[in-house]
Design a protein around this ligand. Structure first.
Ligand code: T5A
Ligand code: NA
Length: 215
């Protein structure tokens, strides 16, 4: 019933994936899909380039400012921490949140730099304690299919060497995680969306949402 629904907390759904896998496109479609079905839903993306920390990240990604590998890593994490309270508030108020990139991108891109003092384990530490997703959708795409969606842009990390490492580390990380649903994102928008909706519906039914949001 609607009374039961409003008493339940919202769901935290994260969309991760390789560059040009279609994360932002699917997040927007999912937000619409859920809203049309009567859910209260918000869409947020990381990095959130609008905050003071987000502006430092934006300058770094565009190449107009440099940062030490460890500092920029902690800024990406801090950018999530600065939204953590408001995410928790929304979830508790029954609002579901669709998140475009999260801790997984945070750990994977930094670890992909192969800096000897920046391991995947080190990179994961500042993420501990952040709101835990109820579901993580990993949009998987082959290098060939991604290449058909246009060449790499101007931003840092948009090069073959980095992307190859990112792909390998994402795979290693997701082999160790539960609550991850891998989706073949190399297909047409609607086909991918269909699988996204099936996974999200399943999450809404079995949801751990009778319990408080984890960390
Ligand atoms: N990063 C991020 C870190 O290092 N640490 C962190 O903690 C975080 C959060 C910026 C960079 O920051 C790094 C990772 C990144 O290198 P960003 O702003 O999320 O992160 O990156 P974007 O460049 O915005 O995102 P992507 O390039 O990864 O693209 P998306 O969102 O996966 O793809 P989307 O939806 O924008 O689509 C790309 C193109 O493909 C088309 C779209 O129309 C668009 O043209 N497309 C499809 N075409 C055919 N079939 C489909 N199914 C399609 N889906 C999309
Ligand atoms: Na995007």
């Amino acid at each position: 019933s609607s009374a039961e629904r409003s008493a339940r907390r919202g769901a935290l759904i994260v969309v991760e994936g390789l560059d040009r896998a279609g994360k932002s496109s699917q997040c927007e479609m999912l937000q619409t899909y859920l809203a049309e079905r009567g859910h209260d839903v918000k869409y947020i993306r990381f990095p959130d380039r609008t905050t003071p920390i987000g502006k430092l990240i934006d300058a770094y990604l565009r190449g107009s400012a440099d940062q030490n590998d460890h500092s920029i890593h902690l800024l990406f994490s801090a950018n999530r921490w600065e939204l953590a309270k408001s995410m928790q508030r929304d979830i508790a108020a029954g609002i579901s949140i669709v998140v475009d990139r999260y801790s997984y991108s945070g750990a994977v891109y930094s670890a992909a730099k192969a800096n000897p003092t920046l391991s995947l384990d080190w990179a994961w530490q500042p993420e501990i304690g952040l709101p835990q997703p109820d579901l993580c959708l990993f949009l998987n795409i082959s290098t060939e299919a991604a290449a058909q969606r246009g060449g790499f842009g101007e931003e840092r990390y948009e090069n073959e060497k980095m992307q190859t490492r990112v792909r390998e580390i994402f795979r290693a990380l997701f082999d160790r995680q539960d609550k991850v649903c891998v989706i073949d994102a190399g297909r047409a928008l609607d086909e991918v969306a269909k699988d996204v909706h099936i996974a999200v519906e399943k999450c809404f039914v079995n949801s751990s949402r009778n319990e408080p949001l984890g960390t």
